[in-house]
Design a protein. Sequence first.
Length: 102
Amino acid sequence: MKIFACMNCDYHSVTSKYTCPKCQQGKLQETEVSPKGTVYSFTDIHVAPAEFAHIAPYTVALIQLDEAPVKVTARMDSEVTIGDAVELKGLEEGAFIYTKAN
Ligand SMILES: [Zn+2]
């Protein structure tokens, strides 16, 4: 998974920006890290926006990556609890889909 790390401070992000929003001067450099992580928090979505109604109910989790100080928002393909080890399963319509690691 690609993330962006500031070359000037400790800022990390999954989205590219022209300059670092934290220190306002660093350039962000693309870095490849393992998408494996741990569930930091999660929400069960029962009433989904129209575009996702066909897959509801589903779980959206905030995942703390193992290799970088970054949290990723992802849709889970099964139920999870905080602290579960998870890994990237794929991308769907621009969204990260994660699954429980075994
Ligand atoms: Zn910075």
